[in-house]
Design a protein around this ligand. Sequence first.
Ligand code: HEM
Length: 509
Amino acid sequence: MWLLIAFLVFVLVLSLFHLNKTYYVLAFFSKRIRTVNGEDIKKILPTLPGNTIFGNTFDTFGLDFVQTFKFFRHNATRMQRSYVTYMGGKTLLNVLDADLAEMVFTNSKLITKGFSYKFLQPALGEGLLMSTDEKWHGRRKMLTPAFHFNILMKFQEIVKEESIKFVQRMENCKGHEVALDKHVQKFTLDVICETALGVKLDECLNGDKYRENISVFEESFNKRLQYPHLWLDFVYKTLEEYKYLPALKIVHDFSSDVIKKKRQQFAQEFHSDETSEEQLYQKKRYALLDTLLRAEQQGLIDHAGICEEVDTFMFGGFDTTSMTLIFCLMNLSLYPEMQECCYQEILEQTDSDLSTLDITQLSRLKYLENFLKESMRMYSSVPTIMRTVVEETSLSNGLILPANSYIMVHIFDLHRNPKYFDKPDEFNPDRFLPENSVGRHPYAYTPFSAGQRNCIGQKFAMFEMKTLLVHILRNFKILPAVDAETLQFQSGIIIRTKNEVKVKFVERQ
Ligand code: HEM
């Protein structure tokens, strides 16, 4: 009997040992990444040593958002290059090099988002950010014209109006330390609401409630991401979902109600499905929703589809932009000489009458643009993005990624990789001057991601941010109120800091 048991144990150990070549058995059978020529993967990429015998499964166990953020940065410093992790049955290729980022971003098979994005599904449905394959292709084709440079001009007045309101609000805080988040978020939310939905949040019946609850999109996502037991749908639905449902209902009902009202107005103005794009853009106050309503008339999308796209725009265009602006304002306060260069350029290149400010004037602000770019390099508001490898995929560096493995591009670390950016922890907008960019890998700087699934709103965001900055700098000098060294970053879909980012706005003499 004992002999039989010993034999069975021996056979089991032997087969597990054999299986361990294909799977990382102790990391709950995570399938291993192979190489094309059968060589040891170590020759191409290292594997991050795990904290336990279970590979990387428990590496982030018990860490809070700040510690998780530090954990990834620590890995980047420790590994100095892209690396592989095996955790809880999942295989993850962590990308920190531009070569590998290029292989991922330009591979048309790698357009499906990572498993964590499904945590956003209750909030965003299957909008542009989340969808894949034909659905994504169709929607991207439908929405791309709406983000054309010429269409942005239609939004100029809205962004200027909101910039003036921001400056007026800051007039009341002049000379005092201001925590930027609420103020900047109000600006970006009001802008995206009016440009996407065509309504002013302040004038809407449930506008304040919407404002108070929209953070639920991110909160529910981050909570699930942080606690692996919540990755299982039934556990999340049983233990957590009910906490977020009331807020989600408020946010969804708000956009759905606006869409219904706007549909009626749209139908009165454009009766047929023959509406041309030109006619649409002639509209006095065109909104992104108009493009969707026109597509609906043509039978290309339904109400649920419009809702998911609108919610996606609100999510994609709101806090990404506000966090970038917050860090940019902080950097302006911390580097007074550079702030002065931005100001002088604004005086030289834009009309003192800000009502004439337009895209042409904004495009002349090269120094300001480099300043913004450098802020996005050091404080990328989307620190990581993720992809699912749907089918086994070979990369040109010789790696074979197994089906159902994942790729995480660490944009934050890519941007601070000394291979591409000399003295990466130094703030230096001049590194983006054309002469200083010669030879830099084109995928070393990707704040808006790259390739097919890059950010559809990037030109919109740049024009919105520049407009606000011109208004602020024409009116105020920005003084420092935080030490950048003390910032405690938190991991999540959008970069955050635990401590408030503050500045002081004072009158320009
Ligand atoms: C500074 C501001 C912004 C930053 C840093 C940013 C960054 C990004 C990044 C990194 C992605 C890729 C996400 C991924 O692959 O998982 C993305 C996608 C996207 N962004 Fe932005 N974004 C910004 C502003 C905006 C704005 C203003 C809008 C809308 C008006 C927007 C809408 C979207 C959408 C819809 C996608 C999904 C595109 C697709 O998959 O086809 N973003 N953004």
